[in-house]
Design a protein around this ligand. Sequence first.
Ligand code: NAD
Length: 506
Amino acid sequence: MSDFTITNTVDADLPDPFVGKHLIDGQWISGSETFERVSPSHGAVVSISAMGSETDTELAIATARKVFNRGSWSRLSGKQRATIILKVADLIDANIERIAVQETLESGKPIAQSRAEVGGASDLWRYAAYLARTSHGDSHNSLGKDMLGIVVKEPIGVVSIITPWNFPFWILSQKLPFALAAGCTVVVKPSEVTPSSTVMLGELLVQAGIPPGVCNIVLGYGQPVGSLLTEHKDVDMVSFTGSTAVGKLISNACSNTLKKVALELGGKNPQVIFPDADLESAADAVTFGAYFNAGQCCNSSSRILVHEDIAEQFIQRVIALSKLVRFGDPMNPDTQVGAIVTADHARKIHAHVQAATADGARLELGGKIFSVPRLGKQFYQPTILTGVTPNMEIAREEVFGPVLSVLTFQTLDEAIAMVNDSDFGLSAGVWSDNIHTCLEFSRGVQAGTVWTNTWMDGYPELAFGGVKQSGQGREIGHYGYEEFLEVKSVLMRVGRSGAPWVQKRA
Ligand code: NAD
Protein backbone atom coordinates (compact mmCIF):
# COMPACT_ATOMS: atom_id res chain seq x y z
CA MET A 1 0.00 0.00 0.00
CA SER A 2 3.07 2.27 -0.06
CA ASP A 3 1.81 3.87 -3.26
CA PHE A 4 -1.25 5.16 -1.44
CA THR A 5 -1.95 7.63 1.38
CA ILE A 6 -2.91 5.97 4.66
CA THR A 7 -3.84 8.08 7.67
CA ASN A 8 -2.65 7.30 11.19
CA THR A 9 -4.74 5.08 13.40
CA VAL A 10 -5.83 7.19 16.37
CA ASP A 11 -6.27 6.03 19.98
CA ALA A 12 -10.01 6.47 20.21
CA ASP A 13 -11.92 5.52 23.35
CA LEU A 14 -14.95 3.80 21.88
CA PRO A 15 -18.25 4.48 23.67
CA ASP A 16 -20.12 1.57 25.29
CA PRO A 17 -22.27 -0.32 22.78
CA PHE A 18 -25.43 1.67 22.04
CA VAL A 19 -28.58 -0.15 23.19
CA GLY A 20 -31.36 0.29 20.64
CA LYS A 21 -35.04 -0.28 21.37
CA HIS A 22 -38.19 -0.11 19.27
CA LEU A 23 -40.27 3.05 19.56
CA ILE A 24 -43.96 2.19 19.44
CA ASP A 25 -46.76 4.51 20.55
CA GLY A 26 -44.25 6.72 22.36
CA GLN A 27 -42.83 3.81 24.41
CA TRP A 28 -39.32 2.36 24.16
CA ILE A 29 -39.66 -1.42 23.90
CA SER A 30 -36.87 -3.98 24.37
CA GLY A 31 -37.04 -7.14 22.34
CA SER A 32 -36.92 -10.61 23.84
CA GLU A 33 -34.08 -11.18 21.35
CA THR A 34 -31.34 -8.80 20.28
CA PHE A 35 -28.77 -8.50 17.48
CA GLU A 36 -25.29 -6.98 17.57
CA ARG A 37 -23.33 -4.81 15.17
CA VAL A 38 -19.57 -5.20 15.06
CA SER A 39 -17.73 -2.11 13.80
CA PRO A 40 -16.17 -2.80 10.38
CA SER A 41 -13.12 -0.73 11.27
CA HIS A 42 -12.58 -1.52 14.95
CA GLY A 43 -13.90 -5.08 15.20
CA ALA A 44 -15.74 -4.24 18.46
CA VAL A 45 -19.44 -4.60 19.25
CA VAL A 46 -20.81 -1.08 18.92
CA SER A 47 -24.55 -1.63 19.21
CA ILE A 48 -27.01 -4.12 20.63
CA SER A 49 -30.51 -3.73 19.19
CA ALA A 50 -33.93 -5.19 19.87
CA MET A 51 -34.75 -7.78 17.22
CA GLY A 52 -38.11 -6.92 15.69
CA SER A 53 -40.71 -9.67 15.44
CA GLU A 54 -43.98 -9.95 13.56
CA THR A 55 -45.80 -8.97 16.76
CA ASP A 56 -43.70 -5.81 17.18
CA THR A 57 -44.26 -4.86 13.55
CA GLU A 58 -48.03 -5.52 13.71
CA LEU A 59 -48.23 -3.37 16.83
CA ALA A 60 -46.30 -0.52 15.23
CA ILE A 61 -48.49 -0.57 12.11
CA ALA A 62 -51.71 -0.74 14.17
CA THR A 63 -50.47 2.21 16.24
CA ALA A 64 -49.60 4.30 13.19
CA ARG A 65 -53.01 3.49 11.69
CA LYS A 66 -54.91 4.36 14.89
CA VAL A 67 -53.04 7.62 15.36
CA PHE A 68 -53.46 8.62 11.72
CA ASN A 69 -57.21 7.95 11.81
CA ARG A 70 -57.57 9.84 15.07
CA GLY A 71 -56.15 12.92 13.35
CA SER A 72 -53.95 13.99 16.24
CA TRP A 73 -51.16 14.67 13.70
CA SER A 74 -52.78 14.53 10.28
CA ARG A 75 -55.32 17.23 11.16
CA LEU A 76 -52.97 19.59 12.95
CA SER A 77 -52.28 22.80 11.09
CA GLY A 78 -49.17 22.96 8.95
CA LYS A 79 -47.86 25.54 11.39
CA GLN A 80 -48.18 23.14 14.34
CA ARG A 81 -46.41 20.32 12.49
CA ALA A 82 -43.73 22.71 11.27
CA THR A 83 -43.06 23.89 14.83
CA ILE A 84 -42.17 20.36 15.96
CA ILE A 85 -40.14 19.58 12.83
CA LEU A 86 -38.12 22.76 13.37
CA LYS A 87 -37.43 21.71 16.97
CA VAL A 88 -36.11 18.38 15.67
CA ALA A 89 -33.78 20.29 13.33
CA ASP A 90 -32.37 22.27 16.26
CA LEU A 91 -31.96 19.09 18.32
CA ILE A 92 -30.09 17.42 15.46
CA ASP A 93 -27.68 20.35 15.40
CA ALA A 94 -27.15 20.00 19.15
CA ASN A 95 -26.43 16.25 18.89
CA ILE A 96 -24.21 16.00 15.82
CA GLU A 97 -21.16 14.58 17.57
CA ARG A 98 -22.92 11.75 19.42
CA ILE A 99 -24.84 10.62 16.33
CA ALA A 100 -21.82 11.01 14.02
CA VAL A 101 -19.54 8.87 16.21
CA GLN A 102 -22.11 6.06 16.28
CA GLU A 103 -22.68 6.34 12.53
CA THR A 104 -18.94 6.07 11.91
CA LEU A 105 -18.53 3.08 14.20
CA GLU A 106 -21.43 1.18 12.63
CA SER A 107 -20.78 2.06 8.98
CA GLY A 108 -17.00 2.46 8.78
CA LYS A 109 -17.25 5.89 7.14
CA PRO A 110 -14.89 8.72 8.16
CA ILE A 111 -15.92 10.83 11.14
CA ALA A 112 -15.59 14.07 9.16
CA GLN A 113 -18.09 12.72 6.65
CA SER A 114 -20.51 11.54 9.38
CA ARG A 115 -20.40 14.98 10.98
CA ALA A 116 -21.22 16.58 7.63
CA GLU A 117 -23.98 14.05 6.94
CA VAL A 118 -25.73 14.55 10.29
CA GLY A 119 -25.12 18.31 10.38
CA GLY A 120 -26.36 18.71 6.81
CA ALA A 121 -29.50 16.67 7.50
CA SER A 122 -30.96 19.34 9.79
CA ASP A 123 -31.41 21.52 6.72
CA LEU A 124 -33.65 18.84 5.20
CA TRP A 125 -35.81 19.01 8.33
CA ARG A 126 -35.98 22.80 8.11
CA TYR A 127 -36.97 22.72 4.46
CA ALA A 128 -39.65 20.09 5.17
CA ALA A 129 -40.99 22.30 7.97
CA TYR A 130 -41.38 25.12 5.46
CA LEU A 131 -43.22 22.80 3.06
CA ALA A 132 -45.69 21.78 5.81
CA ARG A 133 -47.16 25.27 5.46
CA THR A 134 -47.43 25.26 1.68
CA SER A 135 -50.00 22.48 1.06
CA HIS A 136 -52.70 23.72 -1.23
CA GLY A 137 -54.77 22.54 -4.15
CA ASP A 138 -56.81 24.21 -6.89
CA SER A 139 -60.18 25.83 -7.14
CA HIS A 140 -62.40 25.71 -10.23
CA ASN A 141 -64.80 28.61 -10.47
CA SER A 142 -65.67 28.16 -14.13
CA LEU A 143 -67.89 25.08 -13.91
CA GLY A 144 -71.16 27.00 -14.28
CA LYS A 145 -73.16 29.20 -11.97
CA ASP A 146 -74.37 26.36 -9.74
CA MET A 147 -71.08 24.53 -9.18
CA LEU A 148 -67.76 25.20 -7.44
CA GLY A 149 -64.97 22.61 -7.58
CA ILE A 150 -61.96 22.41 -5.30
CA VAL A 151 -59.06 20.00 -5.35
CA VAL A 152 -57.49 19.48 -1.94
CA LYS A 153 -54.35 17.69 -0.85
CA GLU A 154 -54.45 15.25 2.06
CA PRO A 155 -51.76 13.15 3.76
CA ILE A 156 -51.59 9.74 2.12
CA GLY A 157 -51.87 7.91 5.46
CA VAL A 158 -49.55 5.37 7.09
CA VAL A 159 -46.09 5.22 5.48
CA SER A 160 -43.49 2.47 5.91
CA ILE A 161 -39.97 3.86 5.59
CA ILE A 162 -37.23 1.29 4.94
CA THR A 163 -33.63 2.50 4.73
CA PRO A 164 -30.15 1.13 3.83
CA TRP A 165 -26.80 1.27 5.63
CA ASN A 166 -24.75 3.59 3.46
CA PHE A 167 -26.19 6.98 4.57
CA PRO A 168 -28.56 5.95 7.35
CA PHE A 169 -29.18 9.37 8.88
CA TRP A 170 -29.24 11.33 5.64
CA ILE A 171 -31.52 8.96 3.74
CA LEU A 172 -33.97 8.81 6.64
CA SER A 173 -33.95 12.62 6.65
CA GLN A 174 -34.78 12.64 2.93
CA LYS A 175 -38.02 10.84 3.78
CA LEU A 176 -39.20 11.20 7.36
CA PRO A 177 -39.55 15.00 7.78
CA PHE A 178 -41.35 15.24 4.45
CA ALA A 179 -43.81 12.46 5.40
CA LEU A 180 -44.36 14.10 8.79
CA ALA A 181 -44.77 17.55 7.22
CA ALA A 182 -47.49 16.14 4.98
CA GLY A 183 -49.35 14.80 8.04
CA CYS A 184 -48.59 11.10 7.61
CA THR A 185 -47.84 8.70 10.44
CA VAL A 186 -44.93 6.33 9.92
CA VAL A 187 -43.20 3.11 10.82
CA VAL A 188 -39.44 3.23 10.18
CA LYS A 189 -37.17 0.23 9.74
CA PRO A 190 -33.49 1.11 9.49
CA SER A 191 -30.92 -1.29 8.09
CA GLU A 192 -29.91 -4.03 10.53
CA VAL A 193 -26.31 -2.93 9.82
CA THR A 194 -26.74 0.67 11.02
CA PRO A 195 -29.79 0.87 13.30
CA SER A 196 -28.59 3.27 16.00
CA SER A 197 -28.72 6.72 14.40
CA THR A 198 -32.41 6.11 13.62
CA VAL A 199 -33.06 5.33 17.29
CA MET A 200 -31.14 8.47 18.27
CA LEU A 201 -33.33 10.47 15.90
CA GLY A 202 -36.39 8.85 17.52
CA GLU A 203 -35.15 10.14 20.87
CA LEU A 204 -34.95 13.66 19.42
CA LEU A 205 -38.48 13.40 18.01
CA VAL A 206 -39.80 12.46 21.44
CA GLN A 207 -37.82 15.32 22.99
CA ALA A 208 -39.30 17.72 20.42
CA GLY A 209 -42.79 16.74 21.52
CA ILE A 210 -44.05 14.64 18.63
CA PRO A 211 -47.33 13.00 19.74
CA PRO A 212 -47.01 9.27 20.64
CA GLY A 213 -47.53 6.88 17.76
CA VAL A 214 -46.84 9.39 14.96
CA CYS A 215 -43.33 8.07 14.35
CA ASN A 216 -42.76 4.41 15.26
CA ILE A 217 -39.47 2.56 14.81
CA VAL A 218 -39.02 -1.20 14.55
CA LEU A 219 -35.46 -2.54 14.43
CA GLY A 220 -34.54 -5.75 12.70
CA TYR A 221 -34.13 -7.54 9.40
CA GLY A 222 -35.90 -7.70 6.06
CA GLN A 223 -37.64 -10.81 7.41
CA PRO A 224 -40.05 -10.48 9.05
CA VAL A 225 -40.04 -6.72 9.73
CA GLY A 226 -39.37 -5.31 6.24
CA SER A 227 -41.66 -7.78 4.50
CA LEU A 228 -44.59 -7.10 6.81
CA LEU A 229 -44.13 -3.35 6.40
CA THR A 230 -44.61 -3.76 2.65
CA GLU A 231 -47.39 -6.38 2.61
CA HIS A 232 -49.65 -5.05 5.33
CA LYS A 233 -53.03 -3.72 4.18
CA ASP A 234 -53.04 -0.97 6.82
CA VAL A 235 -49.96 0.62 5.27
CA ASP A 236 -50.83 3.12 2.52
CA MET A 237 -47.38 3.76 1.09
CA VAL A 238 -43.87 2.34 1.21
CA SER A 239 -40.86 4.59 0.81
CA PHE A 240 -37.78 2.43 0.26
CA THR A 241 -34.11 3.09 -0.41
CA GLY A 242 -31.85 0.14 -1.05
CA SER A 243 -30.78 -2.36 -3.65
CA THR A 244 -32.59 -2.83 -6.93
CA ALA A 245 -33.08 -6.54 -6.12
CA VAL A 246 -34.92 -5.81 -2.85
CA GLY A 247 -36.75 -2.90 -4.53
CA LYS A 248 -38.26 -5.35 -7.01
CA LEU A 249 -39.37 -7.66 -4.17
CA ILE A 250 -40.98 -4.69 -2.45
CA SER A 251 -42.74 -3.56 -5.60
CA ASN A 252 -44.20 -7.06 -5.96
CA ALA A 253 -45.22 -7.21 -2.31
CA CYS A 254 -46.96 -3.82 -2.58
CA SER A 255 -48.91 -4.87 -5.65
CA ASN A 256 -51.11 -7.23 -3.63
CA THR A 257 -52.70 -4.31 -1.82
CA LEU A 258 -52.04 -1.78 -4.60
CA LYS A 259 -50.37 0.58 -2.16
CA LYS A 260 -48.17 3.37 -3.43
CA VAL A 261 -44.47 2.61 -3.54
CA ALA A 262 -41.54 5.01 -3.92
CA LEU A 263 -38.18 3.38 -4.68
CA GLU A 264 -34.67 4.85 -4.58
CA LEU A 265 -32.40 2.10 -5.90
CA GLY A 266 -29.00 1.47 -7.41
CA GLY A 267 -27.05 3.22 -10.16
CA LYS A 268 -24.17 2.88 -12.62
CA ASN A 269 -23.59 6.58 -12.93
CA PRO A 270 -21.29 7.94 -15.64
CA GLN A 271 -19.26 11.13 -15.75
CA VAL A 272 -18.45 12.07 -19.36
CA ILE A 273 -15.34 14.14 -20.02
CA PHE A 274 -14.81 16.20 -23.17
CA PRO A 275 -11.42 17.61 -24.23
CA ASP A 276 -12.53 21.24 -23.79
CA ALA A 277 -13.39 20.75 -20.10
CA ASP A 278 -11.57 22.10 -17.06
CA LEU A 279 -9.69 18.80 -16.77
CA GLU A 280 -8.22 19.54 -13.37
CA SER A 281 -11.66 19.98 -11.81
CA ALA A 282 -13.01 17.01 -13.76
CA ALA A 283 -10.23 14.73 -12.50
CA ASP A 284 -10.88 15.86 -8.93
CA ALA A 285 -14.63 15.22 -9.31
CA VAL A 286 -14.01 11.79 -10.83
CA THR A 287 -11.78 10.90 -7.88
CA PHE A 288 -14.40 12.15 -5.43
CA GLY A 289 -17.21 10.36 -7.30
CA ALA A 290 -15.36 7.05 -7.26
CA TYR A 291 -14.11 6.94 -3.66
CA PHE A 292 -16.58 8.99 -1.59
CA ASN A 293 -18.05 6.67 1.07
CA ALA A 294 -15.67 4.02 -0.30
CA GLY A 295 -17.82 3.95 -3.43
CA GLN A 296 -20.71 2.62 -1.35
CA CYS A 297 -22.93 5.31 -2.69
CA CYS A 298 -25.93 5.13 -5.02
CA ASN A 299 -24.55 8.22 -6.78
CA SER A 300 -21.02 6.86 -7.07
CA SER A 301 -19.60 7.66 -10.53
CA SER A 302 -18.40 4.13 -10.98
CA ARG A 303 -17.89 4.49 -14.73
CA ILE A 304 -16.39 7.37 -16.65
CA LEU A 305 -16.45 7.97 -20.37
CA VAL A 306 -13.40 9.93 -21.52
CA HIS A 307 -12.92 11.35 -25.00
CA GLU A 308 -10.28 9.31 -26.84
CA ASP A 309 -8.08 12.34 -27.55
CA ILE A 310 -7.44 12.99 -23.83
CA ALA A 311 -8.00 9.54 -22.32
CA GLU A 312 -4.38 8.67 -21.57
CA GLN A 313 -3.41 11.98 -19.92
CA PHE A 314 -6.71 12.20 -18.03
CA ILE A 315 -6.37 8.71 -16.56
CA GLN A 316 -2.82 9.46 -15.44
CA ARG A 317 -4.13 12.57 -13.67
CA VAL A 318 -6.86 10.53 -11.89
CA ILE A 319 -4.32 7.85 -10.90
CA ALA A 320 -2.04 10.50 -9.40
CA LEU A 321 -4.94 12.02 -7.44
CA SER A 322 -6.14 8.58 -6.29
CA LYS A 323 -2.78 8.00 -4.60
CA LEU A 324 -3.30 11.17 -2.56
CA VAL A 325 -6.79 10.29 -1.27
CA ARG A 326 -6.47 9.65 2.46
CA PHE A 327 -7.65 6.13 3.28
CA GLY A 328 -7.57 4.71 6.80
CA ASP A 329 -8.94 4.92 10.33
CA PRO A 330 -12.49 6.36 10.16
CA MET A 331 -12.00 7.96 13.59
CA ASN A 332 -9.11 10.10 12.31
CA PRO A 333 -10.60 13.46 11.24
CA ASP A 334 -8.14 13.59 8.31
CA THR A 335 -9.41 10.35 6.78
CA GLN A 336 -11.39 10.69 3.54
CA VAL A 337 -12.21 7.00 2.93
CA GLY A 338 -12.84 4.44 5.67
CA ALA A 339 -13.71 0.77 5.92
CA ILE A 340 -15.95 -1.41 3.77
CA VAL A 341 -19.23 -2.06 5.53
CA THR A 342 -18.86 -5.85 5.96
CA ALA A 343 -16.20 -8.44 5.19
CA ASP A 344 -18.69 -10.16 2.90
CA HIS A 345 -19.20 -6.94 0.93
CA ALA A 346 -15.42 -6.42 0.62
CA ARG A 347 -15.20 -9.92 -0.91
CA LYS A 348 -18.00 -9.06 -3.36
CA ILE A 349 -16.15 -5.92 -4.47
CA HIS A 350 -13.01 -7.96 -5.01
CA ALA A 351 -14.92 -10.58 -7.00
CA HIS A 352 -16.17 -7.82 -9.35
CA VAL A 353 -12.59 -6.61 -9.91
CA GLN A 354 -11.34 -10.13 -10.59
CA ALA A 355 -14.18 -10.77 -13.03
CA ALA A 356 -13.31 -7.52 -14.83
CA THR A 357 -9.66 -8.47 -15.34
CA ALA A 358 -10.74 -11.93 -16.46
CA ASP A 359 -12.97 -10.16 -19.03
CA GLY A 360 -9.93 -8.25 -20.36
CA ALA A 361 -9.98 -4.98 -18.37
CA ARG A 362 -6.54 -3.64 -17.29
CA LEU A 363 -5.93 -3.07 -13.58
CA GLU A 364 -4.14 0.31 -13.44
CA LEU A 365 -4.30 0.81 -9.68
CA GLY A 366 -5.29 -1.02 -6.49
CA GLY A 367 -7.45 -4.12 -6.70
CA LYS A 368 -6.83 -5.54 -3.23
CA ILE A 369 -8.39 -5.88 0.20
CA PHE A 370 -5.93 -4.42 2.74
CA SER A 371 -5.57 -3.86 6.45
CA VAL A 372 -4.93 -0.63 8.31
CA PRO A 373 -2.44 -0.90 11.21
CA ARG A 374 -4.21 -1.86 14.48
CA LEU A 375 -7.61 -1.94 12.79
CA GLY A 376 -7.85 -5.02 10.66
CA LYS A 377 -8.57 -6.16 7.19
CA GLN A 378 -11.75 -4.59 5.95
CA PHE A 379 -10.53 -1.86 3.64
CA TYR A 380 -10.35 -1.81 -0.17
CA GLN A 381 -7.69 -0.05 -2.22
CA PRO A 382 -8.61 2.77 -4.62
CA THR A 383 -8.97 0.81 -7.83
CA ILE A 384 -8.92 1.86 -11.49
CA LEU A 385 -9.72 -0.38 -14.44
CA THR A 386 -9.10 0.74 -18.04
CA GLY A 387 -9.85 -0.94 -21.34
CA VAL A 388 -13.39 -1.49 -20.12
CA THR A 389 -15.93 -2.06 -22.89
CA PRO A 390 -19.69 -1.45 -22.65
CA ASN A 391 -20.60 -5.13 -22.58
CA MET A 392 -18.36 -6.08 -19.67
CA GLU A 393 -20.14 -6.79 -16.41
CA ILE A 394 -17.97 -4.16 -14.66
CA ALA A 395 -19.42 -1.49 -16.99
CA ARG A 396 -23.01 -2.53 -16.26
CA GLU A 397 -23.31 -3.79 -12.67
CA GLU A 398 -23.29 -1.71 -9.51
CA VAL A 399 -20.05 -2.61 -7.64
CA PHE A 400 -20.63 -0.41 -4.58
CA GLY A 401 -16.94 -0.14 -3.80
CA PRO A 402 -14.00 2.23 -4.57
CA VAL A 403 -13.64 0.94 -8.10
CA LEU A 404 -13.55 3.14 -11.21
CA SER A 405 -14.17 1.74 -14.71
CA VAL A 406 -12.85 3.79 -17.62
CA LEU A 407 -14.43 3.67 -21.10
CA THR A 408 -13.68 5.92 -24.08
CA PHE A 409 -15.78 7.62 -26.79
CA GLN A 410 -15.38 9.82 -29.87
CA THR A 411 -18.59 11.83 -30.34
CA LEU A 412 -21.32 13.38 -28.20
CA ASP A 413 -23.96 11.12 -29.77
CA GLU A 414 -21.87 8.07 -29.02
CA ALA A 415 -21.39 9.21 -25.40
CA ILE A 416 -25.13 9.76 -24.89
CA ALA A 417 -25.87 6.32 -26.37
CA MET A 418 -23.30 4.72 -24.03
CA VAL A 419 -24.76 6.52 -21.00
CA ASN A 420 -28.24 5.29 -21.90
CA ASP A 421 -27.13 1.73 -22.63
CA SER A 422 -27.77 0.78 -19.00
CA ASP A 423 -30.54 -0.72 -16.90
CA PHE A 424 -29.98 2.13 -14.43
CA GLY A 425 -30.75 5.85 -14.66
CA LEU A 426 -29.98 7.54 -11.38
CA SER A 427 -27.50 10.28 -12.28
CA ALA A 428 -25.07 11.34 -15.00
CA GLY A 429 -22.52 14.11 -15.41
CA VAL A 430 -20.86 16.01 -18.23
CA TRP A 431 -17.63 18.03 -18.25
CA SER A 432 -17.28 20.54 -21.08
CA ASP A 433 -16.84 24.29 -21.51
CA ASN A 434 -19.29 24.20 -24.43
CA ILE A 435 -22.78 25.09 -23.24
CA HIS A 436 -24.33 23.34 -26.25
CA THR A 437 -22.56 20.09 -25.40
CA CYS A 438 -23.83 20.35 -21.81
CA LEU A 439 -27.40 21.13 -22.87
CA GLU A 440 -27.58 18.41 -25.50
CA PHE A 441 -26.16 15.93 -23.01
CA SER A 442 -28.62 16.99 -20.29
CA ARG A 443 -31.56 16.59 -22.63
CA GLY A 444 -30.38 13.33 -24.16
CA VAL A 445 -29.47 11.22 -21.14
CA GLN A 446 -31.91 9.08 -19.19
CA ALA A 447 -31.25 10.00 -15.57
CA GLY A 448 -33.05 11.52 -12.61
CA THR A 449 -30.23 14.02 -12.02
CA VAL A 450 -27.72 15.51 -14.47
CA TRP A 451 -24.68 17.40 -13.23
CA THR A 452 -22.83 19.69 -15.63
CA ASN A 453 -19.27 20.63 -14.61
CA THR A 454 -19.88 19.42 -11.08
CA TRP A 455 -20.69 16.13 -9.33
CA MET A 456 -23.01 15.06 -6.51
CA ASP A 457 -24.22 18.49 -5.44
CA GLY A 458 -27.67 18.47 -3.91
CA TYR A 459 -30.06 20.86 -2.22
CA PRO A 460 -33.28 20.29 -0.25
CA GLU A 461 -35.08 22.32 -2.92
CA LEU A 462 -34.20 19.94 -5.76
CA ALA A 463 -35.96 16.61 -6.34
CA PHE A 464 -33.89 13.43 -6.22
CA GLY A 465 -34.62 10.02 -7.72
CA GLY A 466 -34.02 7.72 -10.64
CA VAL A 467 -35.51 6.44 -13.86
CA LYS A 468 -35.47 2.89 -15.28
CA GLN A 469 -34.29 0.37 -12.67
CA SER A 470 -32.88 3.12 -10.43
CA GLY A 471 -36.31 3.68 -8.98
CA GLN A 472 -39.61 5.46 -9.12
CA GLY A 473 -40.97 8.57 -7.42
CA ARG A 474 -38.97 11.51 -6.14
CA GLU A 475 -37.58 12.57 -2.80
CA ILE A 476 -36.92 16.01 -1.28
CA GLY A 477 -37.85 19.27 -2.88
CA HIS A 478 -41.46 20.14 -3.48
CA TYR A 479 -41.91 17.04 -5.65
CA GLY A 480 -40.67 14.78 -2.86
CA TYR A 481 -43.15 16.32 -0.45
CA GLU A 482 -46.03 15.82 -2.89
CA GLU A 483 -45.32 12.06 -2.93
CA PHE A 484 -46.78 11.89 0.59
CA LEU A 485 -49.98 13.69 -0.39
CA GLU A 486 -53.16 12.34 -1.96
CA VAL A 487 -55.46 14.42 -4.15
CA LYS A 488 -59.18 14.73 -3.47
CA SER A 489 -61.75 16.56 -5.63
CA VAL A 490 -64.66 18.21 -3.86
CA LEU A 491 -67.66 19.36 -5.95
CA MET A 492 -70.08 21.75 -4.30
CA ARG A 493 -73.45 22.79 -5.61
CA VAL A 494 -74.30 26.45 -5.24
CA GLY A 495 -78.04 26.81 -4.54
CA ARG A 496 -80.71 24.12 -5.05
CA SER A 497 -80.46 21.63 -7.92
CA GLY A 498 -82.40 23.02 -10.87
CA ALA A 499 -82.32 19.84 -12.97
CA PRO A 500 -83.42 16.75 -10.99
CA TRP A 501 -82.51 13.38 -12.54
CA VAL A 502 -85.94 11.94 -11.82
CA GLN A 503 -88.66 13.90 -13.55
CA LYS A 504 -91.99 13.91 -11.70
CA ARG A 505 -94.82 12.59 -13.90
CA ALA A 506 -97.83 14.78 -14.25
P1 NAD B 1 -30.72 -3.69 0.79
O1 NAD B 1 -31.68 -3.62 -0.34
O2 NAD B 1 -30.03 -4.96 1.05
O3 NAD B 1 -31.44 -3.30 2.16
C1 NAD B 1 -32.15 -2.08 2.31
C2 NAD B 1 -33.19 -2.23 3.41
O4 NAD B 1 -34.18 -3.17 3.00
C3 NAD B 1 -32.64 -2.75 4.75
O5 NAD B 1 -33.28 -2.05 5.79
C4 NAD B 1 -33.06 -4.21 4.72
O6 NAD B 1 -33.21 -4.78 6.01
C5 NAD B 1 -34.41 -4.12 4.02
N1 NAD B 1 -34.89 -5.35 3.41
C6 NAD B 1 -34.17 -6.42 2.97
N2 NAD B 1 -35.00 -7.34 2.43
C7 NAD B 1 -36.26 -6.84 2.50
C8 NAD B 1 -37.54 -7.31 2.09
N3 NAD B 1 -37.70 -8.47 1.47
N4 NAD B 1 -38.62 -6.53 2.30
C9 NAD B 1 -38.48 -5.31 2.90
N5 NAD B 1 -37.30 -4.82 3.33
C10 NAD B 1 -36.19 -5.56 3.12
O7 NAD B 1 -29.72 -2.48 0.51
P2 NAD B 1 -28.41 -2.11 1.31
O8 NAD B 1 -27.40 -3.16 1.05
O9 NAD B 1 -28.75 -1.75 2.72
O10 NAD B 1 -27.98 -0.74 0.59
C11 NAD B 1 -27.24 -0.72 -0.58
C12 NAD B 1 -28.11 -0.49 -1.80
O11 NAD B 1 -28.90 0.68 -1.63
C13 NAD B 1 -27.32 -0.23 -3.06
O12 NAD B 1 -27.82 -0.98 -4.14
C14 NAD B 1 -27.50 1.26 -3.33
O13 NAD B 1 -27.36 1.65 -4.65
C15 NAD B 1 -28.85 1.47 -2.81
N6 NAD B 1 -29.02 2.88 -2.44
C16 NAD B 1 -29.79 3.69 -3.24
C17 NAD B 1 -29.93 5.03 -2.94
C18 NAD B 1 -30.78 5.94 -3.79
O14 NAD B 1 -31.22 6.95 -3.29
N7 NAD B 1 -31.04 5.61 -5.03
C19 NAD B 1 -29.31 5.56 -1.82
C20 NAD B 1 -28.54 4.72 -1.02
C21 NAD B 1 -28.42 3.37 -1.35
